[in-house]
Design a protein around this ligand. Sequence first.
Ligand code: NAP
Length: 265
Amino acid sequence: MIDLRGKTALVTGASRGIGRAIALYLGRAGASVAVTDLLLEDRPQDLDILADYSALAGHFQKIDGVYTQSTAREIRDSGSASMAWAMDVTDSGQTAKVVEEVKTNLGPVDVLVNNAAIMENLARFENQQDEHWSRNLEVNLTGAFNCSKAIWSDMCDRGWGRIINISSITAAMGAEANPAYASSKAGLIGLTRSLALEGGRSGITVNAVLPGFIATEAMMLAGEERLSQYRERSAMKKLGRPEDVAGIVAFLTSDLAAFITGAAI
Ligand code: NAP
């Protein structure tokens, strides 16, 4: 029932985890997919790193597995067009340039998924560094602003568009030892609702997805003790899968969700 043939999707931070699952899912639904991430080349994950972790704090940035090119290849193998681009969402010049290249190679962007984020630098509030606060806002919130800005006028001109912002349950609940992350993700809901109000008259829907704990490579770095606490805190007593988030995103891009906008799911 989700048929995205003839549509072009751009997913940020799509080399692994939730972004990769979304890119694959949209490709399977028939969309041409621009797979974008900071790094373009594939770099296999160093499994020794995963084995070493006992604590979450400060370690997220050490994950070393990106699969940007191979994600695009996998989508092509499934029968949809796909290409990979290196794109830093904090660089508005680069986002505009990549959007133009996507337009030339795959078509104008019909579906934008703002997924790229950082979750690093956990620290209690008194120990939060100014630069960590700024960096979280820059990547997680300004990054979505930059990418949305780059596709907005084209979407308005064509009278159809879907923007999905990957926020977080921390936007609703707060995050102990990570106020910068939770604040950036809450800001994303404000951006979602504002763009929904502006985009409605142009056939653009804008929605946010707030995942709970999802078993991505980044999340697995938390270590088993913390993961079991996360499982216990969740209603379903288990971690979600990246595909669980991808399914909601695919639904929001589809005609089934044509009258849903400004929602935070
Ligand atoms: P992930 O594996 O860390 O993926 C995030 C991707 O974004 C990485 O490939 C990262 O690249 C990339 N990225 C970072 N900074 C970037 C930048 N400036 N420009 C472009 N790309 C950038 O995380 P995930 O677990 O899949 O999470 C994906 C999304 O879901 C995020 O928005 C996250 O906040 C949200 N989320 C996740 C969970 C969860 O439990 N996993 C829960 C709630 C919300 P590098 O690693 O190379 O920096």
